[in-house]
Design a protein around this ligand. Structure first.
Ligand SMILES: Nc1ncnc2c1ncn2[C@@H]1O[C@H](COP(=O)(O)OP(=O)(O)OP(=O)(O)O)[C@@H](O)[C@H]1O
Ligand SMILES: [Mg+2]
Length: 362
């Protein structure tokens, strides 16, 4: 299974900079999700790895071998496109076996055995005789995935493989696919705009925005220490509360004194804010409850602070305050992240960034 190494990949379409210097290493057998919003460059990156597009600059290597000049059909990788196309006039079996026979040169019997094996494991072997128009969208998607996995390539590239499925099928299929890929030991690059897919399937996640990598790390690393405000706002449900602090130098922000040389944004996760004044030094926010959202497990409560910021906190069901109540919530200082406002980069926790923040007596 190849190690995929991308070095400073750049790609423009006319005046649109789709990729602006992407460097990333995907290890042997690793499943890396490339996560980003629409238009961030995800499909472009995948097409360059597959050899369907050429970068303007930068290098793609598989196991240390430069892929420059190697056409797509000679690269050992399987790709499932964002808008996967099954051949409409072929049944599912032939959709799967055609590429195996003509692309990989397998004999008919071997190609059909592989098709039956993978579709059985994906529980769609009863569809082999059907043409695409005789299948539901979710069934077509499974067959397209089966077609890619039947190649048994060391490298699998998936472009939004689960888009357009209903919530239940989506959850089932992502666990199944992750399991199949792990069992096959395939190196996988999985493009998605869905943070839950990335968190559930990937060993590591590369967050991309506007053609640039924001952060690469394990799901836990991205959640607990988002490197930028973009990642903080993109990962987690609800997203991290991010509150700008406007004054330069020493400023008073609710009950916290902040001393930095630059304007900052403070971040805190909803589960780190608790109702009521805290016993120890804490960041306190006071506001009026605007919305109480049930999750089944608990409540997500939105308050509008006196400064006009919207802040979410999680609350056990019996303690949830009704809409319109005035409440104070607090977070321990070590749960407060500090970001430089201009760059969006993380400066650290309140205690660790050399930023003096002390709770005032008030
Ligand atoms: N062939 C092309 N010609 C011109 N512009 C392109 C082309 N392909 C992509 N782009 C532009 O490059 C940028 C990145 O596109 P890309 O398809 O990689 O985004 P994406 O992250 O896959 O988005 P989505 O989540 O919507 O699929 C976009 O601004 C897009 O309009
Ligand atoms: Mg795309």
């Amino acid at each position: 299974m190849p190690v995929v190494e991308l070095t400073d990949i750049r790609k423009s379409f006319g005046s649109v900079r789709a990729l602006n210097g992407i460097s990333l290493t995907v290890e042997d057998g690793e499943n890396v999700a490339v996560l980003g919003p629409s238009g961030s460059g995800k499909s472009t990156l995948l097409r360059i790895i597959a050899g369907l597009d050429q970068p303007d600059r930068g290098k793609v290597t598989f196991d240390g071998q430069s892929q420059q000049g190697i056409p797509a059909h000679q690269r050992d990788c399987a790709i499932v496109f964002q808008h996967f196309a099954l051949y409409p006039h072929m049944n599912a079996l032939r959709n799967i076996t055609t590429g195996l026979r003509h692309g990989l040169g397998l004999a008919k019997a071997e190609a059909e055995a592989r098709a039956r094996d993978i579709t059985a494991r994906m529980k769609v072997d009863d569809l082999l005789d059907r043409k695409p128009r005789e299948m539901s969208g979710g069934q077509r998607q499974r067959i397209a995935l089966a077609r890619a996995l039947a190649r048994r390539s060391g490298l699998v590239l998936l472009d939004e493989p689960l888009s357009g499925l209903d919530a239940q099928l989506h959850t089932t299929l992502r666990l199944e696919i992750a399991g199949l890929l792990r069992a096959a030991g395939a190196t996988t690059i999985n493009v998605t705009h869905d943070q839950l897919d990335a968190l559930a399937m990937a060993d590591r996640i590369a967050v991309i925005d506007a053609g640039q990598l924001e952060q690469v790390g394990t799901p836990d690393e991205l959640y607990t220490e988002p490197a930028t405000t973009f990642v903080a706002a993109f990962i987690g449900t609800p997203p991290m509360n991010l509150l700008p602090v406007d004054d330069l130098g020493t400023s008073s922000f609710d009950h916290i004194m902040i001393k930095t040389g630059e304007p900052v944004t403070l971040g805190v996760r909803a589960e780190h804010l608790t109702l009521g004044p805290a016993a120890t030094e804490a960041w306190r926010l006071t506001g009026v409850v605007g919305l109480v959202e049930p999750t089944g497990l608990d409540r997500i409560v939105q308050i509008l602070t006196d400064r006009g910021d919207s802040v979410a906190f999680r609350c056990p069901i019996p303690a949830a305050p009704p809409v319109g109540t005035r409440v104070t919530v607090s977070a321990p200082l070590e749960a407060v992240h500090v970001y430089a406002r201009a760059s969006g980069r993380r400066l650290g926790h309140v205690e660790s960034a050399g930023i003096a923040i002390t709770a005032s007596a008030a």
